[in-house]
Write a new protein. Structure first.
Length: 285
């Protein structure tokens, strides 16, 4: 089996809103951070801005995987096709110059089936929850740049948080491959190939604002999607990742063991692909 793996990439979306723009919009909607009950209460007795305080804000990038795999199986197999005849009086049937004897009212034709299967799978996986999120496809309309490894350090020094994905590339890729790998019944295999056409780790920008409502002695976080401008209440912060540097080997750990678990002999092709990635990294250092 031939296994082709696309270049592994990390991509960073460009913010469509600045931090200052997001902070201004979020402040006007800060009550929403505290939930629907508090929001309804505020309509009855409108709180003053002085009762609120912005205690923390963060600029972070959250990951999601975009993986596309396609397999191609081209093969042949010999099969017998039974054909029921119109009456018991038929003793032989001639088809294309070949005579077939009747057996209990039917004849059997031997044929070669020429088969082709091309299963395909394209998925978007939230890097934090591990959930499949096909609507993340909508993010691809926004500009994104490939994130060089040396720029990861620069982002951490600017107090921009890159949240590490919960699952490494090997884990998410293995699950997707299971959808396209299959056992085929064939006498002669002409093509047997799996292509990982895309193995991208996208980082989308998010702003988070933590407010304190002094009179109620409550704190809550309001998040804003820096691409769409959508606000989300009941948000969270990722202060624990502040200043941490991501290890590219953790993100992209695709090696021979990834596919070799499922495909006998597949490890060689994957090793070559992995070697190519390592060489590209060393050239960029």
């Amino acid at each position: 089996m031939d296994i082709i793996i696309a270049d592994e990439r990390a991509l960073l979306f460009q913010e469509q809103l600045t931090m200052d723009q997001a902070e201004g919009r979020a402040w006007s909607q800060k009550v929403e951070a505290f939930g629907s009950v508090e929001k309804m209460t505020s309509f009855i007795r409108r709180p003053k801005d002085t009762d609120f305080e912005l205690t923390y804000k963060e600029h972070r990038f959250q990951p999601f995987w975009h993986i596309e795999c396609q397999a191609r199986y081209v093969y042949e197999r010999q099969r017998e096709y039974p054909i029921t005849l119109s009456g018991s009086e038929i003793k032989t049937v001639t088809i294309d110059g070949h005579e077939y004897p009747a057996d209990q009212g039917s004849i059997r034709l031997t044929a070669v089936e020429h088969c082709r299967e091309e299963p395909r799978r394209e998925v978007f996986i939230d890097g934090i929850t591990g959930e499949y999120k096909q609507d993340y496809n909508n993010y691809l309309q926004y500009p994104a740049n490939v994130l060089p490894l040396d720029q990861i350090d620069d982002l951490s020094q600017k107090n921009i948080i890159l949240v590490p994905p919960k699952s490494k590339a090997t884990v998410v890729l293995r699950d997707v491959l299971l959808d396209v790998l299959k056992s085929i019944q064939a006498d002669h295999i002409l093509e047997d190939q799996v292509e990982i056409k895309r193995l991208d780790l996208y980082y989308r920008p998010v702003y988070a604002f933590q407010y304190r409502w002094h009179s109620k002695e409550k704190e809550a976080v309001l998040e804003m999607d820096a691409l769409t401008g959508t606000l989300h209440s009941n948000g969270t912060t990722y202060q624990r990742y502040m200043g941490q540097i991501l290890d590219a080997d953790f993100l992209f750990d695709v090696g021979a063991e990834t596919v070799g678990l499922f495909i006998p002999g597949g490890g060689i092709a994957v090793k070559l692909a992995r070697k190519g990635y390592d060489m590209a990294r060393s050239d960029s250092d």
